[in-house]
Design a protein around this ligand. Structure first.
Ligand SMILES: [Zn+2]
Length: 558
């Protein structure tokens, strides 16, 4: 459609991209060297030194203690819970360097509302003043040129407004590094530390905002001014097109007369794809489009968007994954695909279910009920066992990472799934927001920007919410909760989701969690959600299975 436009610009963009890549490849991290830490004009003394590799600073745990935090190391030193003086707690991934467990400073600093910079062999920690968080740029580190921001706010030819998270990786260092940028960058498309903490299983009360957000947070919320729109008035949306690429893939294209900065998200229990286009107006006599497409039924221009924002809502026929992309100079596309397992028989799936926590030390969250303490680890196991039975009855090859109250390390859990060549991995947990008894409902987490995990998460979270009569909190990236994501998801090699069933800190959720009827309903919903993902069926779709799934049983048969 616009592929031949502005070939010179495209060439420049390609060269710019290559230059960036070459620069990145040419600057490997340096060998680790000790670095002095300074905070409030004093040197922080540590038993073993903080280390710097030219990009990241890693600090031993006593640095957190020196900054008046409590540190609880979990699961064979893979992560630690940092208790901040104001009472908040947050989990951070640990890295073992020179046999010492270390915290990437990029993970620790934001928790303490600090930013840091490296200069002349010293790392200085400076408080972020609340009012200056958005306005003050990060003091550039010595090697700032090698630090690539996670969200590209305005480089020439970038995809404006599109979140560009790091690829799924087995090490957390890339996202650690990016958070150097996050700390002070303010509205950069990444949730602010306040919002991030809102999801808090680990003791941070969710903010009102996060409680009220039932769907996946928009992947990009870049709020930089739209220069073209300011200079020349609003950009005009000319056309909305949907193409069937093949039976499993569709492409929707929005054509305008200037650059677009879209925000794309799944809404309406995954049955709608919503595209918000700030700084635009619809310049088309048509406001509704219908498509004879196996994945997309229609599109309509909604009137519910914010002022100056054109909202196009696509009604979907199937559960799909999606990737959006800006097509400079004046278009954007969203590629929709059926989940990758569609086409395979559901009863041939290999599933690993992971009841979270376990053993005497890792109890998860807990609450007193009628004078007895209820532990998350037991609820997780109970629900996982019931889901196991459901799936087993439907003929699937299912296993549990633990069948009794034993400790299993965070890395062993996804490794069990990897070793079994599982098709789907689901970790089952219960959420907690101490101090906030209103937070309610299930949340699904997928790793990073994994689109398969996002779709699986939607199928699970919507089903669990419906089965338990709870508000869905959507399918969210684990980066919204932990700087480096969640270890159980990061290491899984298949579509993987961690689902928090409900809040033990909410009296109504808690009463449900301990009820055998609720546990059975949720277990059925987990089994059914896996099935919907495998078959590419919408969470709300009660209809008959599609052509690919003929021969499979009805979900009720699970
Ligand atoms: Zn848990």
């Amino acid at each position: 459609m616009n592929t031949m436009r502005a070939p010179g610009l495209r060439w420049l963009l390609a060269m710019w991209g290559l230059c960036c890549m070459a620069r990145c490849l040419a600057e490997p991290a340096r060998p680790l060297e000790p670095i002095k830490l300074r905070h409030a004009d004093a040197v922080i003394e540590t038993a073993s030194p903080a280390l710097y590799d030219g990009r990241d600073v890693f600090v031993p745990l006593d640095v957190a203690r020196a900054l008046r935090c409590t540190v609880t190391v979990l699961d064979r030193e893979e992560s630690a819970i940092i208790g901040v003086p104001d009472g908040h707690r947050k989990e951070v991934a640990l890295t073992r360097l020179r046999r010492v467990p270390m915290i990437p400073l990029a993970s620790l600093a934001p928790i303490l509302s600090l930013r840091f910079s490296v200069q002349d062999g010293e790392c200085e920690l400076v408080p972020i003043a609340p009012s200056s968080v958005a306005a003050k740029p990060v003091k550039p580190a010595k090697t700032a040129s090698s630090v690539k921001p996670w969200v590209q706010t305005d480089p020439p030819g970038a995809q404006p407004g599109v979140q560009q998270p790091p690829p799924k990786s087995s090490s957390g260092t890339s996202s650690d590094r990016q958070s150097v940028q996050r700390t002070g960058a303010g509205p950069s498309g990444v949730q602010s530390p306040e919002t991030v903490e809102g999801a808090g299983q680990l003791g941070t009360p969710p903010t009102q905002q996060s409680v009220a957000t039932p769907v996946d947070p928009p992947p990009a919320t870049v709020t930089a001014p739209i220069k073209a729109g300011v200079d020349r008035g609003p950009i005009r949306i000319r056309e909305v097109v949907c193409e069937a690429v093949d039976p499993a893939q569709a492409r929707v294209v929005i054509v305008a007369d200037g650059p677009l900065r879209p925000t794309v998200r799944m809404a309406g229990a995954a049955s709608e794809l919503t595209v918000d286009l700030p700084g635009t107006i619809l310049d088309s006599p048509v406001t509704e489009w219908t498509f004879a497409n196996p994945l997309v039924a229609s599109a309509r221009a909604a009137t519910t968007g914010a002022p100056g924002v054109t909202r196009i809502v696509f009604a979907l026929r199937r559960l799909v994954t999606f990737r959006d992309r800006v097509l400079p100079p004046d278009s954007m596309e969203v590629v929709l695909r059926l989940p990758k397992l569609v086409g395979r028989r559901f009863d041939e799936m290999r599933i690993v279910l992971d009841p979270g926590h376990g053993g005497p030390a890792a109890t998860g969250c807990s609450a007193m009920v009628n004078g007895r303490r209820i532990y998350e680890k037991d609820l997780n196991l109970q629900i996982a066992r019931l889901a196991y039975e459901r799936l087993r009855k439907a003929g699937l090859d299912v296993s549990l990472t633990r069948t009794t109250d034993v400790a299993v390390s965070l890395s062993d859990r996804p490794m069990q799934a990897n070793n079994k060549l599982a098709d789907v991995f689901v970790s089952i947990h219960v959420d907690d927001a101490p101090g906030n008894s209103r937070a309610s409902g299930p949340t699904a987490y997928y790793h990073g920007s994994d689109v398969e995990g996002r779709a699986l998460g939607l199928a699970l979270v919507e089903g669990v919410a419906r089965a338990g009569d709870l508000p869905s909190r959507g399918s969210r990236s684990d980066l919204s909760r932990f700087t480096t994501g969640m270890a159980v998801l990061r290491r899984a090699e298949m579509p993987a989701v961690l689902i928090e069933i409900a809040y033990i800190s909410n009296p109504s959720d808690r009463a449900k969690l301990i009820s055998p009827e609720f546990q059975a309903a949720v277990a059925g919903a987990i089994a059914d959600g896996i099935r919907r993902y495998v078959e590419g069926r919408l969470p709300a779709d009660a209809g008959t299975p599609s052509a690919e799934t003929v021969g499979a049983q009805e979900p009720e048969g699970l």
